[in-house]
Design a protein around this ligand. Structure first.
Ligand SMILES: [Zn+2]
Length: 403
């Protein structure tokens, strides 16, 4: 039988309310408790209140095209956003994906070029353009309608296919990278734990090779850490040359410090693999999976496996404060900055002094320009130029070159 709930939740989105039925398996207090719930609620209200009132002021734009108001961007003759400032360092995107076709593997041509990318937050849709606020956690820009559409798209990726997903192709990504001065992107699949059609790692890797863009697109891999043969899968991928492994606690439903994970980290350590964790609560996943992503659950991995580089994605999302503290306390922890608003990104740069922080975009959820714009805004001061270079490029190269 198809594990319907797992499938529907694979991007952390509850579909049809099915996930709500998981309330009978209440987690132990240490895993998830009233304080945790309270902290998320406080983060949301504090963010809503503070948006636009930080030292960078208001940053609200009408769609991704609206970013052309900023000094680094323009619209070209076809109306596409282009980064025109040649002083902006060519960046390395440590967090990107491609269109998914899983389970029943609906038709999807990843080599195709289409007139327009329909990002999962389709902010340039002329029929329903959205306001893009760069001073909040990025998924706060999804309206209820956008979230419903996202859910339908995700379900379609495993069944009948989606017109939106058909624009999430290699050719479209490369074109957006060219427009946004992104030199390279690390492409991260997620092993979903489906009974069949769960081969994103192999599929994306083969498509990248076929496209001839292997110089610019670095394929990552994923295993399901609760799979019986996940160690063999890791060995297989490592032997074939892959070096970055994505693990997703809320989609794959595991605690990063679960005893069964220790052999996974041990193997990563001996194979020299970097672990890319989805980090923290995004806030739009089913509540029943929030428990897995609490920053304290990541500590044991960082502490017990000091030779493994761990990337904590999204800066811990809405748990950014705790995740940042954790990252600062562990030299083998790197913080992905994707998603954080300008005021928070500024704080991250201040506290890390620009070290071990990584640029990422989560394409095709969002236009590459939304992450780039935030980085450029907070590093505009001449005193921040080294930080700009480190965040957009230098730190990623340091990490990738060490692999
Ligand atoms: Zn992602």
């Amino acid at each position: 039988m198809i594990n319907r709930r797992l499938f529907l939740n694979y991007l952390g989105i509850s579909a049809l309310g099915l996930s709500a039925s998981a309330c009978n398996d209440r987690p132990p207090e240490s895993r998830y408790n009233a304080n945790d719930i309270e902290r998320l609620a406080r983060q949301r209200s504090a963010e809503a209140q503070a948006a636009g009132k930080g030292r960078f002021g208001e940053h609200r734009y009408s769609g991704y095209r609206g970013l052309s108001r900023l000094p680094w961007f323009e619209l070209d003759s076809s109306g596409k956003l282009v980064c025109v400032d040649e002083n902006v360092p060519m960046s390395i995107d440590m967090h990107a994906h491609l269109g998914m076709s899983v389970l029943f593997k609906p038709e999807l041509d990843l080599q195709a070029k289409t007139p327009r990318v329909r990002h999962l937050l389709d902010c340039d849709n002329t029929l329903a353009a959205c306001q893009l606020d760069l001073d909040i956690y990025v998924n706060g820009n999804f309206s209820e309608q956008n979230l419903d559409d996202l859910e339908s798209t995700i379900i379609a990726q495993g069944l009948w296919g989606s017109e939106i997903t058909q624009t999430h192709t290699i050719a479209n990504l490369i074109e957006e990278m060219n427009a946004m001065r992104v030199e390279r992107a690390v492409i991260l699949p997620i092993k979903l734990g489906l009974p069949f059609g769960d081969d994103q790692t192999e599929h994306w890797r083969a498509e990248i090779a076929q496209s001839g863009e292997s110089e610019r697109l670095d394929a990552g891999f994923s295993v399901h850490p609760l799979d019986d043969n996940c160690i063999e899968q890791m060995q297989h991928h490592a032997k074939s040359g892959l070096k970055i492994m994505k693990l997703h606690p809320t989609v794959q439903k595991f605690y990063p410090d679960d005893p069964s994970l220790m052999k996974v980290y041990e193997e990563a350590q001996s194979l020299g693999i970097t672990v890319f964790f989805h980090g923290g609560r995004a806030g739009i996943e089913p509540e029943s999976s929030h428990r897995y992503a609490m920053p304290r659950h990541y500590r044991k991995a960082l502490l017990d496996f000091p030779k493994v580089n761990f990337i904590l994605g999204h800066g811990g999302a809405r748990d950014v404060d705790a995740m940042l503290a954790l990252m600062l306390a562990h030299n083998n922890a790197w913080l992905g900055t994707h998603g954080q608003g300008v005021t928070k990104l500024d704080e991250i740069i201040e506290k890390t002094k620009g070290q071990r922080i990584l640029f990422g975009t989560d394409w095709p959820f969002y236009h590459l320009g939304s992450s780039l714009a935030k980085t450029l805004i907070v590093t505009e001061s001449p005193f921040r130029r080294d930080h700009r270079r480190a965040l957009l490029r230098g730190n990623a190269l340091e990490l990738l070159d060490s692999l």
